[in-house]
Design a protein around this ligand. Structure first.
Ligand code: NAD
Ligand code: UGA
Length: 460
């Protein structure tokens, strides 16, 4: 097989953008074009001011700056880019279905199918099509069928190459992956993709499997990671009633090399666009094969996570004398984790929604999330009218403004800057008693107690 000269990626989101930027950075001889239907997103990727890239990731600006205009291009000309490419990555969104069969659980594959039909319609030469999006096991079969039945008689090879980067550390994860996974049937196609990654990833970290193992491994990896968070969160509730401290328990068990220390940080609940979506998808797939015990087992990870978010909101209400009506609660953080501007499925949304139901007045500060996004997240839930959301929630771009005259502070995201605030000054400006509810176990309990705060943290 001839070496790959041109790559096109459909979908310029959190995965397509950073992944292709790194592939281009490390393969200066391959022309990489990232296309998207969303004109505003492409314009932002092309913005001269690297602060305006649509995805905030530490280090991404430098990578884009190095490759953009050299061999990395962002465009809305989808058909042209498909026509020119030897290899096409599909990196579009695969959200949970909101309608019809599998509503609320199955992955919605309409964007994937649209891509396949478009590739088939445009392609005049053989192409390798790479699934980069996270997909249900056996999607490659459907893709192949669409491509072969609607195409112009050209040959398509399908590969599965799921992405394991985490937001906030996307660039380091891409530069130094634990593994790259490539599933496929055709040795030559697999080797062509291996060569792209070999430009910077040691060969022994590039795993090759059959298509179905690769597709399924992605869902399973996310399920295992989320399961660890739900497991430690379940223990956090037990710690609160027994006097154990969840951080100490996590350290004690994490030192066991068989368990390991990572992903044992108790929190207000996991968020992000993928954990919930991918577990729901796994549950759905298990049910379609009538594996109900398997489905129930994994569903419990989500149930526990929902419980943790509700529990945190309830704790705030109970502690504040069973009413938050008209009380000013400052939210530090809205993103689903630090170092990202992504808010999808963030625990903050659900905690806020719960408190707004009780007519609390929430004032939010997040260093990277816009007011527009916060209102959009709440409106999307449909719990109350957009007018009510705007009446009850205020978004500010100065943390001290959020905290001034607050009855309580709730830490929803573990942004480092929160630790460095002048907590003595904050205490001065707050109502008394001054409550802090730390959903990330970020702040220094001893110091806050010394300053006179009533401090509550998950799992203590
Ligand atoms: P995203 O929503 O940020 O980006 C997807 C992009 O695809 C959007 O910009 C959308 O406009 C575009 N798109 C949709 N249909 C299109 C079409 N027909 N033609 C051109 N563009 C189209 O999504 P994301 O977070 O990048 O996730 C993409 C996939 O990667 C999902 O399957 C997700 O599960 C998976 N994934 C995400 C992450 C993550 O950290 N976000 C990590 C690993 C895997
Ligand atoms: C996760 C996986 O880590 C990636 O490998 C995967 O590629 C990605 O999903 C995906 O498929 O989208 P991401 O969601 O970006 O990455 O971020 P994580 O670091 O996994 O955090 C997910 C959520 O769990 C966050 O809300 C985080 O705060 C929470 N978390 C994580 C905890 O509460 N405790 C922990 O110990 C770890």
């Amino acid at each position: 097989m001839k070496p790959i000269k041109k790559i096109t990626c459909i979908g310029a989101g959190y995965v397509g953008g950073p992944t292709m930027a790194v592939i281009a950075q490390k393969n200066p001889n391959i022309q990489v074009t990232v296309v998207d239907l969303n004109r505003a997103r492409i314009a932002a990727w092309n913005d001269h001011d690297l602060n305006n890239l649509p995805v905030y990731e530490p280090g991404l600006d430098a990578v884009v700056n190095e490759a953009r205009g050299r061999n990395l291009f962002f465009s809305t000309e989808v058909e042209k880019a498909i026509d020119e490419a030897d290899m096409i990555f599909i990196s579009v969104n695969t959200p949970t279905k909101t309608y019809g069969k599998g509503k609320g659980q199955a992955a919605d594959l309409k964007f994937i199918e649209l891509c396949a039909r478009q590739i088939a319609a445009v392609a005049k030469e053989d192409k390798i099509v790479v699934e980069k999006s996270t997909l249900p096991v056996r999607t490659a079969e459907a893709l192949k069928s669409i491509l072969d039945n609607t195409g112009n008689g050209v040959n398509f090879q399908i590969l599965s190459n799921p992405e394991f980067l985490a937001e906030g550390t996307a660039v380091t994860d891409l530069h130094n992956p634990d593994r790259v996974l490539i599933g496929g049937e055709d040795e030559q196609a697999i080797e062509a993709l291996v060569q792209v990654y070999e430009a910077w990833v040691p060969r022994e970290r590039i795993l090759t499997t059959n298509l179905w193992s690769s597709e399924l491994s992605k869902l399973v990896a996310n399920a295992f990671l989320a399961q660890r968070v739900s497991s430690i969160n379940a223990i956090s509730e037990l710690c609160e009633v027994t006097g154990a401290n969840v951080d100490e328990v996590a350290r004690a068990i994490g030192q066991d090399s068989r368990i390991g220390p990572k992903f044992l940080k108790a929190s207000v609940g996991f968020g992000g666009s993928c954990f919930q979506k991918d577990i729901l998808n796994l549950v759905y797939i298990a049910r379609t094969y009538n594996l109900h015990a398997v489905a129930d087992y994994w569903e419990q990870v989500i149930i526990m996570n929902d419980h943790q978010k509700t529990r945190f909101a309830e704790k705030i209400i109970q502690t504040m004398y069973n009413t938050v009506n008209g009380k000013h609660i400052a939210f530090l953080g809205w993103a689903f984790k630090k170092d990202t501007n992504d808010t999808r499925e963030s625990a903050a949304i659900y905690v806020a929604d719960h408190l707004l139901d009780e007519e609390a007045h929430v004032v939010v500060y997040d260093p990277k999330v816009s007011a527009e996004q916060i209102y959009k997240d709440l409106d999307y839930l449909g719990t109350r009218s957009p007018e009510d959301n705007r009446r009850l929630i205020k978004v500010v771009d100065n943390p001290y403004e959020a905290l001034d005259a607050a009855h309580a502070v709730a830490v929803l995201t573990e942004w480092d800057e929160f630790k460095g605030y002048d907590w003595a000054k904050i205490k001065e400006g707050m109502k008394r008693p001054s409550f802090v509810f730390d959903g990330r176990k970020l702040l220094d309990r001893k110091e806050l107690n010394r300053l006179g705060f009533a401090y509550y943290a998950i799992g203590e």
